[in-house]
Design a protein around this ligand. Structure first.
Ligand code: FAD
Ligand code: EGU
Length: 471
């Protein structure tokens, strides 16, 4: 036997394309396994950059995301820099605020700063001797035959780099994914929703948070919605969601104030009327896209994760969480198949596609539900019903958001279970209603009421019910 074969085989080279949230975390996962990891990121190192233009300033981190961070020993560090949100705070049009807890004491989500999270993950990835970060490397294209990648640099030069495995974590407009579109039997769909979003900062008042900090603040207004998450610097980042059409209708500072006066009056003094007039026009509203595709791999050469594989609309607060969970799922499959990439990649596609598609569908469903008929009363009513049913039958009926947010129940199983629960609840309601009608009829026959009074009552009931109809 010659010397060469006796040496431990050289570890494979993994190229992680994209040094965003999922790419940086994934680099840690691959580094932990001993691979020779190279991260390629278009932007300059955000840890040295003066201005960071991300897509959203803060994000809701929940169980799935935390579990992934835990795998690479980062959970505590990130959690300590997050702000717990134990409940939603629903803002009604009249200024009333009503809290709705997420669950029991330990059930809370965290508001985390995107840029800070990204920086911490890059620093962690870099701490592995077998990881190298390459900034200002923009992937142009890669070859499905050889795995050769072509990068461009800011000075216009090109560089060719080869890897054993390419991990596409380059976001919703993935360059890695371009080659997938040329493969036979690759499924792809993308949908832009009619809504855009705009971020507005709510400054501290007298050095303190302008609203209660440990809540996810929500202003549900059917087609319009605003959400605010707290930051460590005592500001809130408010995100206004509304159709592009409506964003475009507002062209002057006065119109901005008029609009807020009508829909979010309590937010005007908190954001500040002058700041509002100014900030509304600083950046145009941003688009939101939902992308589904399958498979997630090409041979044993390339795999997509995070937004590159599944961009979801933000109406479940799960995009990053799902992308982080992708990393654990891949890691689990790597254990199962002893890092045999030819077996790991198809298995990863097989187990992960149904779940990522399920969360994409759920987020889209919630978007449609929220915009069509969810005002603050309806939101409060639905969440209270959910919580009461869960309280009455804690093992049988678990709210969908609880399974999604506070467990690692596979997304597609959460959806199945939700449909099943709905059937059970509807059956319960049917029995209840049947009982009420039979009982009520009996009482009516026993003591017939004045027919005129009854008609007036029915009209009131009808009026109470109809405002909730769609449109
Ligand atoms: P990205 O964060 O987009 O990172 C991709 C990286 O790849 C970038 O750094 C980019 O520069 C780089 N890149 C791109 N192209 C190339 C190339 N050709 N070569 C090299 N590098 C490249 N998720 C949650 O879990 N909770 C929330 O509360 C939440 N709120 C959201 C609110 C809004 C308004 C939006 C829009 C999204 C929200 N999300 C949320 C979703 C979350 O932002 C994304 O799911 C997450 O950022 C995906 O991470 P990623 O690393 O896959 O992609
Ligand atoms: C949107 C934008 C409340 C951050 C969905 C809840 C979101 C977030 C909800 C954004 C909503 C909507 C859930 C969480 C979370 C709720 C959830 C949405 C964080 C069903 C920074 N959503 N988001 N659902 O239950 O499960 O509180 O930009 F308004 S966190 Cl749309 Cl839990």
């Amino acid at each position: 036997m010659d010397n060469l074969t006796e040496r431990p085989k050289k570890k494979k080279v993994v190229a992680v394309v994209g040094g965003g949230l999922v790419g940086a975390l994934n680099a840690c996962f691959f580094a932990k396994r001993g691979f020779d990891v190279h991260v390629f990121e278009t932007r300059e190192d955000i840890r040295r950059a003066k201005t960071v233009r991300g897509r959203s300033i803060n994000l809701a981190l929940s169980h799935r995301g935390r579990q992934s961070l835990k795998h690479v020993g980062m959970e505590e560090k990130i959690v300590s820099q997050g702000i717990p949100m134990h409940a939603r705070m629903i803002h009604s049009l009249n200024g009333m605020q009503s809290p709705i807890p997420y669950g029991k004491k330990g059930q809370y989500i965290l508001s985390v700063d995107r840029a800070n999270l990204n920086k911490e993950l890059l620093t962690e990835a870099e701490s592995y001797a077998n990881t190298k970060l390459n900034f200002e490397h923009k992937l142009q294209d890669w070859s499905t035959e050889t795995g050769m990648m072509t990068f461009s640099k800011p000075d216009g030069s090109k560089q060719e780099i080869e890897a054993d495995l390419i991990v596409g974590c380059d976001g919703a407009f993935s360059a890695v994914r371009k080659q997938f579109l040329r493969q036979s039997r690759f499924n792809y769909s993308q949908t832009y929703i009619p809504h855009g979003y705009m971020e507005l900062t709510m400054p501290p008042i007298c050095g303190e948070y302008a609203m209660k900090p440990n809540y996810l603040h929500i202003w549900p207004r059917n087609t319009f919605m605003m959400i605010a998450l707290p930051n460590l610097d005592k500001t809130f980042t408010c995100t206004l969601f509304m159709p592009f059409e409506d964003f475009e209708k507002i062209t002057t500072g006065d119109e901005v104030i008029g609009f807020f006066h009508k829909y979010f009056p309590d937010a005007i003094p908190l954001i500040g009327a002058d700041a509002l007039r100014r900030d509304y026009f600083r950046l145009p509203a941003q688009a939101m896209v939902s992308i589904k595709c399958s498979p997630y791999h090409i041979g044993d050469k390339c795999v997509l994760m995070g937004d590159a594989a599944h961009a979801v609309v933000p109406f479940y607060g799960q995009g990053m969480n799902a992308g982080f969970e992708d990393c654990i799922v891949f890691d689990e499959v790597m254990d199962q198949f002893k890092e045999d990439l030819g077996a790991v990649l198809p298995e990863y596609t097989r187990v992960r596609v149904p779940d990522d598609h399920a969360i994409a569908d759920l987020a889209m469903y919630n978007y449609i539900e929220m915009r069509s008929h969810v005002n603050s009363n309806w939101f409060l009513f639905r969440k209270r019903v959910d919580n009461i049913l869960h309280f009455l039958l804690p093992k049988k009926i678990i709210p969908l958001y609880t399974m999604v947010t506070f467990t690692r129940t596979r997304y597609h199983e959460a959806v199945e279970r939700w449909h099943w629960q709905d059937k059970v609840i509807n059956r319960g309601l049917l029995f209840g209603a049947t009982g009420a009608i039979l009982g009520g009829s009996y009482l009516l026959v026993k003591n017939p009421p004045d027919i005129n009074k009854l008609c007036i009552t029915m009209e009131k009931v009808w009026n109470k019910l109809t405002p909730f109809g769609p449109f």
